[in-house]
Write a protein that binds this ligand. Structure first.
Ligand code: GLC
Length: 731
């Protein structure tokens, strides 16, 4: 090894040990009270994101009782509080400043379910990068993101905040988010620490009701819900947030199986574990702790380092230590993890490196950020229907814009919209007017989002009659998804469907633009609208992006990251379910004794991975490099994709496998690769996937990971249903 490498290694090791020494020397000086303060995270008074309201806490910062704070919304306030911590406390330990930077800070991007719909990892990473740059300028050092909860129940409001139903796609998005937020150097003042959440299996809340019980097999947990966390951790994520739910009878914030066995022992995670809001106290309501002291003992023993907003550590640890119910080793372990994070962020070198009012003014909603938001929103939109190529629309036609979300601004920002400014948002209506001219666009609201008032129907019908085509903007408000926003229906709320039905009677062509935070049951709407664009809650520039798509400036390329059921009765429904012992025979006509419903088809309205384009993509047969491999060998599968239409466009080529026989039953399909390609009109490209141990390993019956010999089906296509197929075997 040459001398240069040796020297750089020595410097690196010296650097690490210097950081470790700093933490150890600080720890050695700290009083018990100062240590407990570092394990306490409190919310400022500026924003409330949970059931216990925050306040200024400047006294608690000055006394050292509060070593970390969140929901402080601007650099000026961060600087004030940091100054108090650094200059008015005995050891001057800087504060961590946390915030929910979920899909943008000031420039808001599509909700995460929309970002996932882009299947474009560069776009996801770019959105997180910009979010980090804007948040860090305001003094934020720690975002409570990415949320990596697999979600398969559209009743659950937080399905908006994640990446949908599939483990593989969620892993890829989780990695892209961590790369974007953390960059390569956490001490870089344009990066923030990431926090993967909510550990674990929060998205499996029974009946889609937020905070509800989660009870599942360890196999399901390890197979489906844990991999996105492991992917984020492998990408370098430095903190984890525990979830509100119990897991198999033990609340996550006091669950040693999750926090110690899996996170620390198996995954060797050495970062910070923070609870969700007040969730240590909530162990009492769960019924797993008799009182706050009991809850604190369980949380610390399980491995929780930092207590968000329950003050259980602050109020109980000193007495618990004196009583011998906790140990100083447990406390020091957690303080060490917190101090190490502050060290990695460079806060000891310069506690004010992240709050820069000048940068804040220059970078928030900077033109390049808004441009990126518009481009990424355009990539996130999914074309679900386009009869007779009604879209893209041509300018110059008389357009009626109808619906309760046509003028919406705040709702386009979606749930968890951080410091997003609704005044910056151009509504879909205004964006259409900007393109088509105010003399050729007429608006009528028609109805509200949730009320049952139909008095606006007649006016809307009259406006529709005068038009060449109607653009209906329907869906959910931002507050109808996100935390504590579960619904017992996934239909369009209020009388929006009835309004669509009245407009349909006019015989005018109808484009339905959906602004929503969850999959909706659209069987009726799909039968009435001639074209449907799923726009999600698309962010600051989403109205303009919708107009870009509707007028063809952008050829839509989004694909659903979550199944759209025909009706709620089918839920849970996802593409990678098991075959059962009595699968529904595809061509069966009113079969008995098969796994089906007597009142609905089994298949969804729109399957996972589905999304149309303004052009056509044709797939060749699959070519395999070989059809038989050994367990440690790899084969390649290739298809040639051709853009046979007249418009350039992007296509997400998806690769799925099915293990036909295993020591445990396997899903009928599993996404194991995808590649988003751009093809000019008339162009073709061969796309090749490699299939080997990584793609074929699964959790076998004995709960070990590995590859089993046998026969496999292979699918490559434009979604999880419309595929070319082939097969191979492992011997
Ligand atoms: C909320 C959410 C969590 C968020 C935290 C801080 O209750 O569950 O995702 O990061 O509190 O706002």
């Amino acid at each position: 090894m040459n001398i240069k490498i040796c020297i750089s290694l020595l410097i690196a090791v010296a650097g690490l040990s210097a950081h470790a020494d700093k933490v150890e020397s600080l720890l050695a000086q700290m009083t018990l009270e100062e240590k407990i303060g570092q394990l306490t995270l409190l919310s400022s008074k500026w924003e409330i994101t949970g059931p216990v309201a925050g306040k200024s806490y400047v006294d608690e910062v000055r006394s050292g009782q509060c070593g970390n704070i969140f929901n402080v919304p601007k650099a000026e306030y961060v600087r004030q509080l940091q100054k108090t911590a650094v200059e008015e406390t005995r050891l001057g330990i800087p504060l961590l400043f946390g915030y929910d930077v979920i899909h943008g800070y000031k420039t808001i991007f599509p909700i995460p379910l929309g970002l996932a719909s882009s299947w474009d990892m560069d776009a996801v990473e770019r959105s997180a990068r910009i979010a980090a740059v804007e948040a860090a300028a305001s003094g934020i050092t720690w975002t409570f993101a990415p949320m990596v909860d697999i979600a398969r129940d559209p009743r659950w409001g937080r399905i908006a905040e994640g990446t949908g139903e599939d483990t593989y796609l969620s892993c890829e998005v989780a990695k892209a988010n961590v790369r974007g937020f953390q960059g390569n150097d956490l001490s870089d003042p344009f990066t923030v620490a990431a926090c993967m959440k909510h550990f674990a299996a929060y998205g499996a809340a029974q009946a889609g009701r937020d905070y509800h019980t989660v009870d599942m097999s360890e196999r399901m947990l390890r197979d489906t819900y844990l991999p996105p966390f492991k992917a984020a951790l492998d990408a370098g994520c430095v903190s984890v947030m525990t979830s509100f739910n119990e897991f198999n009878g033990v609340p996550a914030s006091g669950n040693p199986f999750l926090l110690k066995t899996i996170l620390r022992d198996e995954w060797k995670f050495d970062g910070v574990v923070v609870t969700d809001y007040n969730s240590i106290n909530e162990m009492i309501a769960h019924g797993s702790a008799a009182d706050q002291a009991d809850a604190a003992v369980q949380a610390l023993a399980a491995g929780v380092d930092m207590d968000m907003m329950s003050s259980a550590y602050l109020k109980q640890l000193k007495r618990l230590l004196a009583e011998g119910r906790v140990t100083i080793e447990q406390i020091d372990r957690s303080v060490r993890n917190v101090l190490r994070l502050k060290e990695k962020l460079g806060l000891f070198d310069n506690p004010y490196r992240y709050c820069d009012e000048q940068r804040e003014r220059n970078l928030h909603c900077a033109a390049p950020h808004l441009k990126a938001s518009r481009e990424i929103a355009g990539k996130s939109m999914v074309l679900l229907k386009n009869e007779k190529n009604l879209l893209p629309m041509k300018t110059g036609k008389r357009i009626a814009v109808i619906g309760p979300l046509a003028k919406a601004q705040k709702d386009l920002l979606g749930t968890w919209c951080a410091r997003g400014d609704k005044e910056m948002v151009t509504s879909v209506l205004d964006a259409l007017i900007q393109v088509n001219g105010s003399n050729r666009v007429e608006f009528s609201e028609g109805c509200g989002v949730t009320n049952n008032d139909i008095t606006g129907f007649a006016g809307a019908v009259a406006v529709a009659r005068k038009s060449d085509l109607v653009v209906m903007v329907l869906g959910e408000t931002a507050g109808m998804s996100g935390e504590a926003a579960s619904r017992t229906s996934i239909n369009l709320p209020g009388v929006q469907t009835e309004l669509l039905r009245e407009i349909k009677k006019t015989g005018k062509p109808i484009v339905l633009v959906l602004l929503n935070g969850r999959p909706l049951a659209l069987e009726q709407e799909a039968g009435m609208a001639d074209a449907i664009l799923e726009a999600w809650h698309p962010g600051t520039e989403g109205g303009k992006a919708a107009a870009d798509v509707l007028f063809g400036k952008i050829n839509p390329s989004g694909k659903l990251p979550v199944t759209f059921p025909r009706n709620l009765g089918q839920v849970p429904i996802h593409y990678n379910m098991k075959n059962t012992g009595r699968p529904l025979a595809p061509a069966a006509d009113k079969p008995k004794f098969q796994s089906r419903y007597i009142d609905s088809p089994n298949d969804p309205l729109y399957p996972f991975g589905f999304g149309l384009s303004y052009t056509d993509f044709q797939y060749s047969e699959i070519t395999l490099s070989k059809s038989e491999i050994k367990p440690d060998e790899t084969l390649t599968a290739s298809v040639t994709v051709s853009n046979t239409g007249k418009i350039d466009g992007e296509e997400v080529v998806q690769m799925y496998i099915r293990d036909l026989v295993g020591s445990v039953t396997r899903p009928v399909k599993e996404l194991k690769g995808f590649n988003k390609i751009f093809l000019k009109a008339g162009e073709s490209q061969t796309v090749t996937f490699s299939i080997g141990e990584k793609e074929l390993t699964f959790l076998r019956r004995d709960m070990t990971w590995g590859v089993e010999p046998g026969y496999f089906d292979l699918f490559i296509g434009t979604n999880s249903r419309d595929v070319q197929s082939s097969s191979f075997s492992i011997h």
